[in-house]
Design a binder for this molecule. Structure first.
Ligand code: ZN
Ligand code: ZN
Length: 280
């Protein structure tokens, strides 16, 4: 089993379980036998660009968030290594603000949930249709973020498949661009397990306890991991990690089931070619 998970949220973002405390996340990781974990909640924005509600903590919450992590680091030293972090998006012009977030934490995961359109409006995955030009811009932003040495991990690189009907020429081009950049800058790509959770074990905002055979029937609805993306990724010399992207109680405990289902989606032949790394 992968001994670490560097993708965890907290109640502060507003869309994770509100009664699930930071300490309870840590306890779940310990119970599952993880050796290292990072809190990477959706980052606050110094310039508030993403105007959606319940997406991220306020800038003023940063201090309390980091203090909470620091206290847990000390309390659980010797049982599990706890790291601090954020999930960030890259936007041109925000480099310095992102570097500030990097300087105060151990890990930044890049979850590139949006890009600017030609008029500087946000186009958001899962909500908006992306033109081909905007989809290519998504890969460009990921490359820029790596060039500026911002992310430690690229979360769900295949999230751009939301609202795409098929994996065609443009989709392949985006995949090659991301993988080429990951290879060039040596930044790991994450097989994100959250969309599997959202389409299987998580139903009507709570956990169902159906056996894995039942869950498997819903895998057709899963957008990411995207089989075709990872087939392309397997042709590159890149590093790969799994990420739970935990938002809810009970999610961490299902890590092994998620990995099993993710591997089924991607296919054994491709999984065997991917270079899974032990990231410190
Ligand atoms: Zn989230
Ligand atoms: Zn996340």
């Amino acid at each position: 089993m992968q001994e670490f998970n560097y993708h965890s949220h907290t109640y502060r973002c507003g869309h994770a379980d509100l009664d699930f405390t930071d300490e309870e996340y840590v306890e779940a990781y310990i119970k599952m036998g993880f050796k290292r974990m990072a809190f990477t909640d959706h980052c606050p924005e110094k310039n508030e660009i993403d105007k959606r509600n319940q997406m991220r903590m306020k800038y003023s919450q940063r201090k309390e968030y980091l203090e909470s992590i620091q206290a847990l680091k000390e309390k659980y030293a010797g049982q599990i290594e706890i790291q601090s972090g954020y999930e960030v998006e890259y936007l041109p012009g925000e480099e310095e603000n992102l570097k500030e977030l990097k300087a105060e934490t151990d890990k930044l995961v890049l979850g590139q949930h949006f890009v600017y359109d030609d008029y500087k409006n946000l186009k958001i995955h899962g909500r908006d249709e992306f033109s081909d030009k905007e989809l290519l811009r998504y890969a460009e932003y990921i490359e820029q973020a790596m060039k500026y040495n911002i992310p430690d991990i690229i979360a769900h690189p295949d999230i751009y498949m939301f609202k795409r009907k098929e994996f065609g020429e443009i989709e392949a081009k985006v995949a090659h661009h991301i993988c080429q950049s990951a290879e060039k800058y040596g930044i790991p790509l994450e097989i994100n397990l959250n969309n599997i959770f959202a389409n299987t074990y998580y139903e009507n905002e709570k956990l169902n306890h159906k056996p894995i055979e039942e869950q498997r029937k819903n895998l057709g609805k899963v957008i990411y991991p995207c089989k075709e993306f990872w087939k392309i990724a397997s042709e590159y010399d890149i590093h790969v990690v799994y990420g739970i992207d935990a938002h809810h109680r009970g999610q961490i405990e299902l890590f092994n089931e998620f990995v099993e289902l993710a591997n089924e989606i991607i296919g054994k032949d491709v999984i065997e070619k991917l270079n899974f790394v032990d990231l410190k």
